[in-house]
Design a protein around this ligand. Structure first.
Ligand SMILES: Cc1ncc(COP(=O)(O)OP(=O)(O)O)c(N)n1
Ligand SMILES: Cc1ncsc1CCOP(=O)(O)O
Ligand SMILES: [Mg+2]
Length: 218
């Protein structure tokens, strides 16, 4: 197994630059506003963009993130991640298996895997993943998730047993991100609370500060 050969994801806010939310803005424009707010991890989630356009967008967003020292992961598409020289990929049940993503990406890039429980996190580690995405934490309309809302208590229980850092996702926003951090999340993943804010950049700053408050118990 190609084990990862780099430090963990930066702890804190994990933002998704998503083509299903605020589609009137280009992906690179959305990414630029997220990065301007201090994002340290951006996932490019392209569910509606045709492959050729998605590759061009990925190359633009990776270049932006690289200039700013931000990690850029691509959702689903290992081919696009490789072609755009992204820092890694996030895969779920309907995507290539994590062990294949790891084999293609090698030890130097990040592989994230969606899981629902501790057994899934253990399997993800065995497959060579760096972190797991766990949720839906709270109700969300951004994705029709084939799993019940888990809530903070069940989330914290999986975090305690997980062999990998856990990224909480689903309905996370300014109202609850501190509690997600306090529950032990390595990162909190946010889509609509950031992208649908009146001022995306300012919202990112507020989300990051709130995560830190939750983590430090302040
Ligand atoms: C950090 C993070 N966690 C979970 C997901 C969901 O991935 P997946 O289950 O593959 O669903 P889609 O995002 O592909 O619809 C994620 N993207 N990021
Ligand atoms: C991609 C994904 N996977 C589980 S929930 C979700 C969407 C989360 O979006 P939001 O942060 O707007 O609730
Ligand atoms: Mg997926």
């Amino acid at each position: 197994m190609n084990a990862p050969s780099h430090p963990h994801l930066p702890r804190g806010l994990y933002l998704l630059c998503d083509d299903t939310v605020l589609p009137e803005l280009s992906l690179v424009d959305k990414a630029a506003r997220l990065v301007a707010g201090g994002a340290r991890v951006v996932q490019l989630r392209m569910k509606r963009t045709p492959a050729r356009e998605a590759l061009a967008a990925a190359r633009q967003v990776v270049a932006l993130c690289r200039r700013e020292g931000v990690l850029c992961l691509v959702n689903d598409r290992v081919d696009l991640a490789l072609l755009a020289d992204a820092d890694g990929v996030h895969v779920g049940d309907e995507d290539v298996p994590p062990e294949d993503a790891r084999a293609l990406l090698g030890p130097g890039r990040w592989v994230g895997v969606t899981v629902r429980d501790v057994a899934g996190a253990r399997a993800a580690q065995a497959a060579g993943a760096d972190y797991v995405g766990l949720g839906p934490l709270f109700a969300t309309t951004t994705k029709q998730v084939p799993a019940p809302v888990m809530g903070l208590e069940a989330f914290a229980a999986v975090v305690r047993e997980s062999p990998l850092p856990v990224v909480g996702i689903g309905g996370v926003g300014l109202a609850n991100i501190a509690r997600v951090a306090a529950a032990g999340a390595h990162c909190a993943a946010v889509v609509s609370d950031a992208l649908l804010a009146a001022d995306i950049t300012e919202r990112v700053r507020l989300l990051m500060a709130a995560f830190e408050q939750g983590r430090s118990g302040a």
